[in-house]
Ligand binder design. Structure first.
Ligand SMILES: [Ca+2]
Ligand SMILES: [Ca+2]
Length: 443
């Protein structure tokens, strides 16, 4: 019965997705995750790994086996719905434990409810190939305050979190306990309608991925949809702050979220990596080849740099539908005195803005094209922002030698110069397979 309810839920959520103009989004993303070189299927458990099969829907066994797991254990969940009680979370306290759907079909293995769906409290934990939905707080909380590293979140579908979908938390920033070197890849995070909040926080208190004080996180090849409240406001779909360092954000597709990607947010405080006296809220970020679209609902800024040192914002495509009244009339911003940024070869239909309080240093702003029009793209309404032949963005960029590949994996530059935006126009790519979720429906 619960399995059927689960399937019904998925069918309904797809219908909702379609009504917002995301044609078969979930399935196409899954297909890309199965086939692309950016999102290959997760490798099977290694030799020497202990594997335990969890029977369909047996949440008591799942809780027990997560709790009793020895290091190097893979828990393989059979297809089904695993319902947590409101005070329960899957607390992973043993290093090198993997929690994954057995079939590889993330839509068929569903963990629902609970306080958090999953809490990660130790090193090298992997969560993959499953759906997590309707937690009171977080779909996955990575507790940096325990000091850990090596979290891997891969090919998961996260739905309707009470607060953040992936929360990387921290404690006292002077104590050196953080969650470092994590990966969030090839996953889909979305609200089926809007964030609803919790009994202690408003609907606007949400993010897709929220990294506090972590170092070396990679957020790539994910899709974020509708990270927003009914009134609109919500946190950025991807946020790295509290003096987070070396964050890499690549090839994500962000659609109809209130805010897109933020490196840094506010002044440092005691939660910041190093304590309240540090200068920055983020350092050394790379935001490259992302696609941020506001097609059906109003949106705030797509890419922000706040108290951010050495941000590199390269080759992103941002398009905000003109028929919708948005909260701002710019796409990319940099702000606050310590911020330094390189903003190159982005393609937008809104301006790039230095905002007050102004940074002391001018950003290096080059090769961007900020007057994109729908006719430049193959099919904007279907989220296909590949350039069409003769689009003015082609060869409009400046040389950025270390931005070597576009969203498809095409080598840049093709032709005279790099193209502005996430797609490098390559005629032969019409015959290539989609290789990234951002390119998933296109060939
Ligand atoms: Ca070119
Ligand atoms: Ca391309």
């Amino acid at each position: 019965m619960t399995v059927w309810l689960g399937i019904l839920f998925l069918l309904l959520s797809n219908v909702v997705g379609c009504s917002y103009g995301a044609p078969n989004g979930v399935h196409l993303v899954q297909a890309a995750a199965d086939s692309s070189h950016f999102c290959p299927p997760l490798a099977p458990p290694e030799r020497g790994q202990k594997t335990e099969l969890i029977k369909s829907g047996d949440v008591q066994s799942l809780l027990k086996k997560v709790s009793a797991a020895s290091p190097h254990t893979t828990l393989l969940l059979a297809d089904g719905v695993y319902a947590l009680a409101p005070n329960q979370s899957l607390e992973v306290n043993t290093p090198r434990v993997t929690l994954r759907g057995a079939s590889g079909n993330r839509d068929a293995v569903i963990i629902e409810g609970g306080y958090n769906n999953v809490s990660i409290n130790t090193d090298d934990v992997t969560v993959a190939n499953l759906t997590l939905r309707t937690p009171k707080f977080h779909s996955i909380q990575v507790r940096g305050e325990k000091r850990l590293q090596g979290t891997k979140i891969y090919n998961v579908h996260l739905v309707d979190a009470g607060q953040q979908f992936v929360k990387v938390s921290t404690g006292d920033g002077t104590k050196g306990k953080f969650a470092d070197n994590g990966l969030v890849a090839c996953s889909l995070m979305e609200y089926t309608t809007y964030a609803r909040g919790t009994d202690v926080t408003p609907p606007s208190y949400t993010n897709g991925v929220d990294i506090l004080a972590g170092k070396g996180w990679v957020i790539r090849d994910n899709v974020f949809r509708r990270i927003r409240s009914q009134a609109g406001p919500a946190g950025p779909a991807i946020l790295a702050w509290k003096n987070a360092i070396d964050t890499v954000v690549q090839r994500n597709l962000i659609v109809d979220c209130w805010r897109g990607i933020a490196l840094g947010l506010s002044t440092p405080n005691k939660l910041s990596r190093g304590g309240a006296d540090v200068l920055y809220d983020h350092q050394h970020g790379l935001v490259e080849n992302n696609v941020i679209l506001a097609l059906h609902e109003p949106a705030d800024a797509a890419i922000e740099n706040n108290f951010a040192f050495n941000s590199r914002v390269l080759h992103n495509t941002v398009y905000y539908h003109e028929a919708v009244k948005h909260a701002v009339d710019w796409a990319i911003e940099y702000r606050f005195p310590p911020t330094t940024a390189v903003i190159q070869n982005n393609l937008t239909n809104l301006r790039i803005l230095k905002r007050p309080p102004y940074p002391h240093q001018e950003a290096r702003v080059e090769g961007n094209v900020t007057h994109a029009a729908p006719a430049w793209f193959r099919d904007l309404t279907r989220e296909d922002v590949h350039l069409v032949e003769a689009a003015p963005a082609i060869d409009a960029g400046v040389s950025v030698p270390d931005s070597t590949d576009d969203i498809d994996g095409d080598t840049r530059p093709a032709g005279r110069a790099p193209d502005a935006g996430a797609d490098e126009f390559v005629t032969s790519s019409a015959f290539r397979k989609a290789v990234s979720p951002t390119a998933r429906s296109l060939f």
